[in-house]
Ligand binder design. Structure first.
Ligand code: AMP
Ligand code: MG
Length: 336
């Protein structure tokens, strides 16, 4: 399979979604609503899921879509104003949108994991989005548990690595067996990207979450220290981290559970697109025990704990350091 049509449709959907997110961010004063699980959600999360699901459903009517959001909050009578707001922004992308069709499109994204399905995180890193910093729109196609296509829309990162003042907004597009390309969100030629293949410890860089509660920063620091990293780490919200490693700006992303034995599992939409973007650029992604991520078992990565994403060259050394730190942390529990 070349996935040519899937790629073109996914790029179209994520580009429209990114335009919506940026318009909302420029025009809205207060962005946040709170979901029943107390996590933040915005008018743009709903609008983005509506746009992406509508584009996918038109092109691939038989494909299930597993998205992060559903319309239950937005359908409450007290949310009329927010639904009007979502409609206003979606109309800029899809002229015939109405409140009713938007509800239908959002809920098109409440499908089940199947042999072939799409997964979408309409805004990954909502906290970064609300802060005016980084976030990603993430869309992936999975077949037989393997990610075949991933598109990451990253409206807030500079087009040129290490040039903070260059124009912002990129798409990372990874297709199984075909490599990873970077395309400016405003349009332009796709450019093939590769990880940094250097394994000289002194130049390697960690990238991790801004939100310390999303990982295990103390253990993550112990691991990079034991590996001998000396370059200061980057803190970036969302799956942008995968793209940053894919284009060689950083080398390692560690996301360990806190506490280590936590039974919480990662959502599939928080990693799927990033996995193929990074692997096709020459990197590697596993869980903290070195197992590949299993996207066939439901909406969460039930068979995996923690995430290690790297430039590939250093992956085995990182896994060995992680194993040592896990063992040290477990041993210390038994020493009074
Ligand atoms: P990041 O910007 O990399 O920190 O990741 C954003 C993602 O973290 C969101 O999509 C959430 O699904 C996820 N998240 C939210 N709370 C937590 C938590 N306590 N632990 C781990 N991940 C979380
Ligand atoms: Mg997310």
């Amino acid at each position: 399979m070349s996935y040519q049509r899937e790629k073109q449709i996914a790029i179209q959907a994520v580009t429209a979604a990114a335009q919506l997110c940026e318009q909302v961010r420029q025009e809205e004063g207060s962005l946040t609503l709170t979901k029943p699980d107390r996590s933040p959600v915005t008018v743009a999360d709903f609008g983005t899921q509506a746009v992406i699901c509508r584009v996918l459903a038109e092109a691939f009517p038989g494909d299930p879509i597993v998205g992060e959001e559903n319309s239950s909050l937005l359908r409450q009578p007290a949310m009329t104003q927010q639904l009007t707001g979502v409609t206003h922004y979606v109309k800029h992308q899809i002229a015939e949108a109405t409140p009713e069709t938007i509800i239908t499109w959002i809920d098109r994204g409440t499908g089940q994991v199947a042999d072939r399905y799409w997964t979408v995180d309409p805004i990954d890193g909502t906290k970064g989005y609300v802060r005016g910093e980084n976030y990603a729109i993430a869309l992936a196609l999975i077949e037989d548990g393997e990610v075949k296509l991933g598109v990451l829309g990253c409206p807030a990162i500079p087009i040129h690595p290490n040039q903070p003042d260059s124009d912002r907004g990129v798409l990372f597009v990874g297709v199984k067996g075909q490599g990873t390309t970077l395309i400016p969100l405003a349009g332009g030629q796709p450019q093939t990207i590769r990880v940094n293949e250097c394994d000289r410890i002194e130049s390697l860089r960690l990238v991790q979450s801004v939100e310390s509660s999303h990982g295990n920063p103390e253990l993550q620091a112990a691991i990079t220290q034991s590996l001998g990293f000396i370059t200061p780490s980057l803190q970036i919200d969302s799956m942008v981290k995968y793209g940053i490693i894919a284009r060689g700006e950083a080398d390692l992303y560690i996301r360990l559970p806190f506490p280590l034995e936590s039974s919480k599992r990662q959502n599939i939409w928080d990693h799927a697109a990033g996995v193929v973007v990074l692997e096709e650029a020459g990197g590697r992604v596993t869980d903290m025990y070195g197992k590949p991520l299993d996207f066939a078992c439901g909406t969460k990565l039930f068979n995996n704990q923690g995430i290690i994403a790297s430039n590939g060259a250093i992956h085995d050394a990182v896994l060995a350091a992680v194993a040592q730190e896990i063992q040290a942390a477990e041993t210390s529990k038994f020493i009074p």
